[in-house]
Design a protein around this ligand. Structure first.
Ligand SMILES: Nc1ncnc2c1ncn2[C@@H]1O[C@H](COP(=O)(O)OP(=O)(O)OP(=O)(O)O)[C@@H](O)[C@H]1O
Ligand SMILES: [Mg+2]
Length: 286
């Protein structure tokens, strides 16, 4: 998003910008176009990623059901972030297939088109527009989801429905009351919530969160768990985390997948993977 962030754009360019920003690929893939008739939002099959012969992912198989909240755990270097890179088109697998729903081949799309197809990704470091208010950040995210740029969105009027949507998001991310604050003045945890809110404004079908509670205080971590529990069932979500207390809070009775050396080592309920000798050996026991 930062590449198209340009608050200095004069207002008389707004109409032109609005026009120009509907590129030829506008809405080529609409989120509602994701075919999930077989119940899965994501299918990864035999994915291999090699870096100079080293296999960061090695025949990885994983799928996620519509509305599922899937936790991914595993030691450093297991390939968790690389898997998200494959899903979002940042890294191309050397072998294997990656499908979003039944019919969208992620290995054939650009990062930009994958984001627009409905996969939202949060990186570890928060990336919010620090010089804008919390409200403006959500407003910009909502409108950029429609492929408008910042320069356009700053000047276009909000409908009452859009204001309601932002208000609901503010409550969800625990930033109601802070909407007029500059994002740059928020705490680390609040910035993380704001970024999650910005992703939600774009109504992703699948949300990928890489270590969302890293660097958070215990209180912020607990609130983030609450937030994710509120999102359960409303979006399909993949969460990578090392904080096992947090994972237990959000996994509940759902499936936890353990990655190790680029492949799935184990999968099951949190209590099952915690009791798995292989998982204890490579990860939890250390
Ligand atoms: N661009 C790259 N070039 C070379 N090696 C890479 C590259 N990206 C990742 N790797 C290697 O691939 C392996 C998997 O890395 P990855 O970042 O996916 O692990 P991770 O499971 O996310 O670990 P962590 O828990 O530490 O974040 C590591 O050994 C890493 O050094
Ligand atoms: Mg990682």
């Amino acid at each position: 998003m930062s590449q198209i962030y340009n608050p200095a754009q004069p207002s008389d360019k707004v109409d032109n910008a609005l026009h120009a920003d509907y590129g030829t690929s506008y809405a080529r893939i609409k989120p509602e176009g994701v075919d999930t008739t077989h119940g899965a939002i994501l299918y990864l099959e035999n994915i291999t990623v090699s870096f100079d012969g080293f296999k960061a992912l090695n025949n990885l198989n994983l799928d996620i059901s519509v509305g599922e909240l899937r936790c991914i755990i595993g030691p450093n270097g297991a390939g968790k972030t690389t898997m998200m890179d494959v899903i979002t088109g940042k890294t191309r697998p050397s072998a294997g297939t990656a499908f979003f729903g039944q019919s969208i081949d992620l290995t054939k799309l650009t990062e930009y088109d994958i984001a627009h197809a409905g996969i939202g990704r949060k990186f570890q470091r928060p990336t919010v527009f620090e010089q804008h208010t919390v409200f403006e950040n959500l407003e910009l995210a909502m409108k950029m989801g429609k492929r408008l740029t910042v320069r356009t969105t700053l000047f276009s009027r909000l409908s009452s429905e859009q204001v309601d949507k932002i208000d609901a998001c503010l409550r969800l991310i625990r930033l109601n009351g802070n909407e007029r604050r500059l994002a740059g003045l928020l705490s680390h945890g609040q910035k993380q919530w704001l970024e999650i809110g910005m992703l939600l404004m774009q109504e992703p079908q699948l949300l990928l969160l890489d270590e969302p509670v890293a660097g958070m205080s215990d209180a912020e971590t607990a609130r983030t768990a609450e937030l994710l529990n509120e999102l359960r069932g409303k979006h399909s979500i993949m969460v990578v985390e090392h904080d096992m207390g947090f994972v237990a809070e959000i996994a509940q009775e759902g499936k936890v997948t353990v990655l190790h050396e680029g492949a799935v080592l184990a999968a099951g309920k949190m209590s099952e993977v915690q009791a798995d000798e292989r998982v204890i050996e490579v990860y939890l026991g250390r």
